[in-house]
Design a protein around this ligand. Structure first.
Ligand code: LM2
Ligand code: CA
Length: 481
């Protein structure tokens, strides 16, 4: 059910426009070839053995369509900085050896995830190698290197030396050439315009593809000319899914839209606007979320990712119920391909994942340093909601004008979000067929019964229910009792 005739998409847009004044003219498109499984989870800094188990035990059963993994290539190792998370973003070689695991473990993970119906998207650090660090002489696979010299892979001539600002760093973000050719925070910037570098990067990505990897988050895509990414993509086997990290900056010359020809683009403004509505604004304003942004069908979105949860005033797991509610909304709202963040707990923004004193990552244990947002009942079960409603348009939008909203997705599902300190009790009007539905934010259907509360929709499409303070309610056609 992936290809939707053009006319029905048009009708859907028309219906959306009629029902929700000012709602975004975009429907969510799942990553290619994934049977309607439309949600990705970022298992930040997880080990491959743990990702494999999660695919089998949680991600597959809950309907997650893909998992975004941390950069798998050899990286710098920085004991002097306490093995920060960001050492993974400084490439040393393309050997698949890191604190997430070995090449063999990586290959086994991909197989396990595929067996569970989950695609694997690797975070591809291809704009740069490493910065200058005194203790950086050996990488995570044991390779030795110095700045601009990576034996057997890259030497001085394979890097940009922009010569603009003394230290070669990007200073003027209003100069596209500089953003593409100078260094991002001292990271040695690969000369992605050359045949040699393009072939070397493509060989790395093709190695991952040969192990079954389905696509890539293109790290720092903004810092490579779109044509360079296109040239690398043209060298790849198969048709991997690309979603490019191009952080929107108002008025800047390098814009996300310039990268759409290569694949999807991460739309950072979505999470910013979502967070703003939940934190200081009103949920009523969310009826237009997506308007004015990149087209939803080629955008990837999140409430927070590993960068924004440390740098911006984004909603994160630190915000508790508020964060969960924002995720419920994100998963119900038909814009973009959502990535659910799964964090390790932190107070120090530099800290790496739970690990031993010598920097070896601990096994995942949710609640012991690993947050596992993606397993929370409302979030995990809203993945099933999103899959179940497909591309059905927003219908029956209602709001109290403040922080209570509810809406349907055609005749397939209905959700209410109550961001107020008191319960919301009312009669909701839906387009759903009559029946008894399981509230998937609090339970699920097992052996024909709902493990949480149910609601009964009458033949007139109405149901009466109470949505808890700072809580939600969600029902869909595949969770009926
Ligand atoms: C990204 N997007 O473009 C990643 O999403 C982001 O997490 C990466 O930055 C960045 N690109 C480079 O891949 C992180 C982190 C930085 C860190 C870099 C490199 O946010 O703080 O920079 O990774 O590890 C660190 C130091 C910085 C230093 C740099 C180079 O924080 O002070 O620059 O290493 O040694 C002198
Ligand atoms: Ca660059």
């Amino acid at each position: 059910m992936r290809s939707i005739p053009r006319w029905s998409a048009t009708l859907a847009l028309l219906a959306t426009a009629l029902l929700v004044p000012g709602s975004p003219v975009a429907t969510a498109a799942p990553p290619p070839g994934n049977d309607g499984r439309s949600v990705i989870v970022q298992l930040f800094e997880w080990k491959w053995t743990d990702v494999a188990a999660e695919c089998t035990n949680v991600l597959g059963p809950k309907g997650y369509g893909g998992v975004q993994i941390s950069p798998p290539q050899e990286n710098i190792v920085l004991p002097s900085r306490g093995y920060p998370w960001w050492q993974r973003y400084q490439a040393i070689s393309y050997q698949l050896e890191s604190r997430s695991g070995t090449r063999a473990e990586f290959a086994a993970m991909v197989q396990a995830c595929h067996a569970a119906g989950v695609k694997v998207y690797a975070d591809a650090v291809i704009n740069h190698t490493a910065g200058t660090w005194p203790d950086g002489t050996r990488g995570s696979a044991g390779s030795s290197f110095t700045h601009y010299d990576y034996p057997g892979i890259y030497q001085t001539q394979d890097f940009h030396h922009c010569g603009r600002n003394g230290n070669d760093d990007i200073v003027n973000w209003n100069d596209a050439w500089e953003v593409h050719h100078c260094e991002l925070v001292d990271l040695a910037d690969l000369a992605t315009g050359t045949e040699y570098v393009r072939n070397r990067v493509a060989a790395y990505l093709n190695d991952l593809i040969s192990l079954g990897v389905d696509g890539f988050r293109v790290d720092a895509a903004k810092h490579m000319p779109p044509g360079d990414i296109a040239a690398i993509k043209s060298r790849l086997s198969g048709d991997p899914y690309l979603y490019q990290e191009v952080v929107y900056g108002a008025g800047e010359p390098v814009q996300p839209s310039q990268y759409r020809g290569n694949g999807d683009v991460i739309e950072f403004r979505y999470g910013q606007q979502l967070s703003a509505a939940f934190e200081g604004g009103t949920l009523a304003s969310l009826s237009s979320l997506g308007n004015g942004l990149e087209p939803g069908e080629s955008s990837v979105v999140f409430t927070d990712n590993h960068d924004t949860q440390r740098s911006e005033a984004a909603l994160t797991y630190h915000d508790g119920a508020l964060y969960t509610l924002a995720n419920v909304f994100q998963l119900a709202w038909p814009y973009g391909t959502p990535v659910v963040m799964s964090s390790f707990a932190f107070t120090d923004k530099e800290a790496g994942p739970p690990s031993s004193a010598d920097g070896r990552t601990n096994d995942v244990s949710c609640g012991s340093g690993w947050v596992c947002e993606h397993r929370q009942t409302p979030i995990a079960n809203m993945v099933g909601f999103r899959n179940a409603v497909g591309s059905a348009p927003v219908a029956n939008w209602w709001t109290n004008g403040g922080n209570q909203i509810s809406f349907g997705r055609g005749s397939q599902g209905y959700v209410a979000v109550n961001r107020e300190p008191a319960a919301l009790s009312r009669t909701f009007s839906t387009s759903l067929p009559a029946g008894t539905y399981c509230d998937v934010t609090r339970g699920e259907v097992r052996d024909g019964a709902c493990t949480g509360p149910t609601v009964t929709v009458g033949t007139d499409g109405q149901f009466t229910a109470s949505v808890p303070a700072m809580g939600a309610l969600a029902i869909h056609h595949l969770a009926r009792v």
